[in-house]
Design a protein around this ligand. Sequence first.
Ligand SMILES: [Zn+2]
Length: 159
Amino acid sequence: MNKLFKYTCAHSEIEITILSSQILKLQELCNLSFPNETGGILIGSYSPNQKTANIILITAPPTDSKSSPNTFIRGVKGLQQQLNIEWELNGNYYLGEWHFHPNGSKYPSSIDKNEMKKISLAKEYNCPEPILMIVNGKTNEINISPYVFFRNGSFASFS
Ligand SMILES: [Zn+2]
C-alpha cells in the first residue's frame, strides 16, 4: 500500500507529505550510492490553501551529477524534460532538493544552506520557499529530515 508520511514543524503551519513508494525509492538510491553522497529534486504540488506540500516524485541523481563521500553536486541533465512532463500530465512542479549524507548529519551543511538560499532567490526555479530533504544513515537504515528555506536565509525544520 502506498502510505502517506506527514512531517510537521512547531514553528510553521506548513505540512509536508511524501508517499511511501518515494521513501522506498530514496532508500534504493541511497543504497546504490553508499558510501558516496547522492541527491536529486523533489516534484509535487502545494494544496489549494498553500499549507501542505505534497511530494509526489523524487528523482534519481542526474547523470551529470558529481559525488564523493562528503560532497554532492547535483547535475541538471534531463531534469527540465522531466519537470515539463510532470507539469503537463499531472500539474506537478519543482518543490526542492533531496540530499543523502552517508553516515552523516541530519542537519544541512553550510554549503547546503547557501545552495538553498540561491535556489529560493533564483528566477528559473520559481520556488521562493524550497524544501530540502536531508537523508542520513546507511544501507537500509535511512532517516529523513525535511527543511523549508526562506529567502532571508532562515529555515524551519520538520519531523
Ligand atoms: Zn548536504
